[in-house]
Ligand binder design. Sequence first.
Ligand SMILES: Nc1nc2c(ncn2[C@@H]2O[C@H](COP(=O)(O)OP(=O)(O)O)[C@@H](O)[C@H]2O)c(=O)[nH]1
Ligand SMILES: [Mg+2]
Length: 371
Amino acid sequence: MSRENLLILVPTYDEAENIEKLLTAIFDLYPQREVSGVSVLVIDDNSPDGTAAIVEGLMGKYEGRLHLLKRAGKAGLAKAYLAGFEWGLERGFGEFLEMDADLSHDPKYLPEMIAQIQSHDVAIGSRNVKGGGAEGWPFSRTLISKGGSLYARAVLGCPIKDLTGGFNMWTAEALEKIGLDRIISQGYLFQVEMKYRAWKAGCSVKEIPIIFRDRTLGASKMSKKILFEALLKVWDVRLSAAGATGEFLKFAIVGALGAATNLLLFFALVDLLGLAAIPVSVGCFWVAGTQNYALNGKWTFAGASAKLSVKKWLAFLAASLVGLGANLAVMQAMISLLNLPFKFIAQACGIVAGMALNFVFSKFLVFRKKA
Ligand SMILES: Nc1nc2c(ncn2[C@@H]2O[C@H](COP(=O)(O)OP(=O)(O)O)[C@@H](O)[C@H]2O)c(=O)[nH]1
Ligand SMILES: [Mg+2]
């Protein structure tokens, strides 16, 4: 059966020394599109070293099957790939394969990955299954990669062995199940989030052993900053993939942070400076409420309505007041109706009720998703 529709996506940033070698290797393997169905899309973020010009120079040679998506500037791997998927989906490609430009991902594995995608939704070029591995990496980088994969697996509770790798193949249906518009990761974590969401969505995943070879030309774009960011953001990935449950958990975390701010401020102004408790308490409510508003807008409900505004801020504070009212009502009702051993049990139930109400108001009114 001839395959008509595989798009190989290659993101590039300063890969002038590598890109021609990679493209030659791919097209040597698949010389005829009519037979192989293989096309390549290079996604270049305006590399200063002229990578795009090299690709343009080769387009005549590989007419109709080498494409270039030029982007304005370096915006990270995730944005590049998402733009590439969109480009390919619009043109009806049925399968997508991601690989690095630096020859770390050997094209010799393509036939096996293509064979496996016939019976799976996702095929992963994996360093962490039997027969796979990484060569040429300093010990530190191996440690980071192995440790990173284990850490991500533990946090996400996901059985995929190579979560961080970037040599992956997806069917168009898998991309649809993942929901590309819900991806929150910007950089390195993108690959982890894609695989995790695919697995969660019930995609069948096959890991194929590959030997990853460190680049010999050009420089890696990995940095310590990206790494440390990823350590925390894995949790965020897990929470955002959990839908409303995750949102509620984030909302609760934000609420707890707000309570901490409120208490600290109250302690400083009332206990240390001797100001009057009632006006300070009202002030603390506004300060903590504003903090909660900003964190919920930028984190809990991020994406739903990205821009903060005075109107939304006031609406959020109003919702918080409604929550506070519910808290008081539930607490008072429980104390008067039940014979509780401790009154704080009533207050605890009041907090939960108030938070739930505040969450519903915030989600469906304040940070409502625009159609
Ligand atoms: N378009 C685009 N490509 C990028 C960006 N960052 C990295 N890449 C490409 O992504 C691939 C993997 O990056 P690399 O630096 O090799 O990461 P490493 O293998 O983890 O050290 C390479 O093909 C890079 O050129 C970016 O911001 N935009
Ligand atoms: Mg690399």
